[in-house]
Design a protein around this ligand. Structure first.
Ligand code: THU
Length: 130
């Protein structure tokens, strides 16, 4: 599958505009490319009860899975507040759950306007799956 990383990053940037982050003021957007070719966007959604906050990546992944997707091919993550917005540990594990057996998920971030592409195993070596 040919992945348009620029398009995926543009979708993550778009999604970051919907971020609900009045507490941290740290907006994040994510875009998930499923093996079907469909793209799902997500943003971080915070809550007055801080622990209820969900990250942009998990928001997008859960949207994809709830629409019937089971395999993720690539995830783009963007924050207007920081370069290289890498996924948190919880999101890395959730991504790993939906990695195909034949192709690793590619994680796309941006640093100083340049796309950075890493395999999920760079962020999560020896991931856990039942
Ligand atoms: N956040 C994400 O959306 N994704 C990450 O991978 C790291 C953190 C959000 C959660 C919270 O709303 C804000 O960034 C500050 O932690």
């Amino acid at each position: 599958m040919n992945v348009d990383f620029n398009l995926l990053m543009d979708k993550a940037k778009d999604a970051s505009k919907n971020s609900y982050s009045p507490f941290s003021r740290f907006a994040v957007g994510a875009a998930v490319l499923a093996s079907s070719g469909n793209i799902y966007q997500g943003c971080n959604v915070e809550n007055s009860s801080f622990g209820m906050t969900i990250c942009a990546e998990r928001c997008a992944i859960f949207k994809a899975v709830s629409e019937g997707e089971r395999e993720i091919r690539a995830v783009a993550i963007y924050s207007p507040n920081a370069d290289s917005c890498y996924p948190c540990g919880a999101c890395r594990q959730v991504m790993y759950e939906f990695e195909s057996d034949v192709e690793e998920i590619e994680v796309v971030t941006e640093n100083l306007g340049q796309l950075e592409i890493n395999k999920l195993s760079y962020f999560l070596p020896c991931g856990f799956k039942i």
